[in-house]
Design a protein around this ligand. Structure first.
Ligand SMILES: Cc1cc2nc3c(=O)[nH]c(=O)nc-3n(C[C@H](O)[C@H](O)[C@H](O)COP(=O)(O)OP(=O)(O)OC[C@H]3O[C@@H](n4cnc5c(N)ncnc54)[C@H](O)[C@@H]3O)c2cc1C
Length: 339
């Protein structure tokens, strides 16, 4: 039987280390416990907060409801064909450990996504991505429990409507499903994706026959460790803003005053701007006022004094206003704020 803990401090359950409390907290390890928790919430009229690793949320105040920590564990090879293996992982498995497990088993495709914090269940919600690969590239299907009906439903890639840091679970189906497992389609022989500039640069002096998935994973880990603060020592949620997608006309206008603006082509009419570059150029790197802007990467806001998430949101608002007035570009927050 699960324990419903009242007035529970969530500081250890979010990587910004915000010391806010949930009215109730429960850990669930299977669907039976999850259904019981949903019933408890319904009977007590409590709003719901689902927690994985807490690495993509901003808790700016106490949560007046039930926080449910999804702890479903387990992984299995569900089928294979000549070229692929299909590995199913439960929602509570740690993402980075899962990537390492697949590397050890020689199931390839996740190497560029090494060391991303958080758990399996949250990964499809924002279609996590890094170093030229997104979850959608290795995704087969997921199962999710519908809160209203209690039914378990399978989602194909099409049904998930993946986009850049986006999926149906952030839009039409927001707050309607709890992801319980994700199945990945991985390859039996390596198919490396090393076109991303930082990765390509790191591999310039390595001969092609020496480039292995393990090496790619190692380089991704090294780059990440050099650029991103470890949330255990400096609380953060990684990139605080999405890279904005703007029209080529907007890009040309920005280039009039900032010829070096960093932009990646999307299609004939649009480009993705590097949000970190915009924030840096607007003069925010190293800023500190309760929360701080990370010295090595201006896209990362940190919470060194372990304050409530509202301190981070205050700095985020200052940055958004400044980037808008400097470049005419609106930044969109990546982590979700609660309550
Ligand atoms: C240092 C650092 C680096 C990062 N780098 C990257 C990166 O390179 N690329 C990237 O894409 N992201 C990155 N992130 C963001 C984060 O790691 C990912 O978004 C991750 O998938 C969040 O997982 P989580 O378990 O911590 O989610 P949580 O923060 O616990 O939850 C995120 C959202 O998903 C919901 N949720 C969680 N589990 C479930 C579930 N089972 N069913 C339904 N809803 C659920 C929550 O309610 C919340 O709305 C980084 C974060 C940090 C701290």
């Amino acid at each position: 039987m699960s324990l419903y803990l009242p007035h529970f401090n969530l500081q250890n359950y979010n990587t910004l280390a915000s010391p806010v409390c949930a009215e109730f907290f429960v850990s669930v390890k299977d669907e039976v416990e999850l259904m019981a928790a949903l019933k408890f919430a319904k009977e007590n009229n409590l709003p719901l907060l689902f927690l994985g690793g807490g690495s993509n949320i901003v808790l700016h105040d106490d949560f007046p409801g039930l926080a449910i920590h999804i702890q479903f564990m387990g992984k299995e090879l569900v089928r294979e064909d000549l070229e692929h293996v299909y590995i199913k992982a439960a929602a509570g498995e740690n993402w980075s450990d899962f990537v390492d497990y697949c590397l050890d088993e020689q199931f390839w495709g996740l190497e560029n996504l090494s060391l991303i914090p958080g758990n399996i269940g949250a990964a499809p919600i924002q279609n996590i991505g890094a170093y030229g690969v997104e979850l959608k590239d290795v995704f087969s299907e997921l199962t999710a429990l519908e809160i209203k009906s209690g039914l378990s439903i399978t989602f194909t890639p099409e049904a998930c409507q993946f986009g850049y840091r986006d999926s149906v679970f952030k839009n039409a189906l927001k707050d309607q499903f709890i992801i319980t497992s994700v199945t990945f389609k991985l390859t039996k022989s390596p198919s490396l994706k090393i076109h991303y500039p930082a990765l390509r640069d790191a591999l310039t002096n390595v001969s092609a026959d020496k480039i292995t998935p393990e090496l790619v994973s190692q380089i991704v880990c090294d780059i990440r460790r050099s650029k991103l603060p470890d949330p255990k020592t400096i609380p953060n949620v990684g990139s605080f803003f999405k890279n904005p997608i703007v029209s080529t006309a907007t890009l040309s206008a920005i280039q009039q005053s900032f010829p070096n603006v960093v932009a990646y082509p999307i299609d004939d009419n649009s480009v993705k701007l590097a949000a970190g570059w915009l924030i840096d150029k607007a003069g925010w790197k190293g800023f500190r006022q309760g929360a701080a802007v990370h010295e090595q990467q201006a896209l990362v806001l940190t919470n060194p004094y372990r304050l409530s998430g509202s301190a981070v949101l205050e700095v985020a608002e200052l940055i958004k206003a400044s980037v808008l007035s400097t470049f005419g570009v609106e930044l969109e927050q990546e982590p979700r704020s609660y309550p």
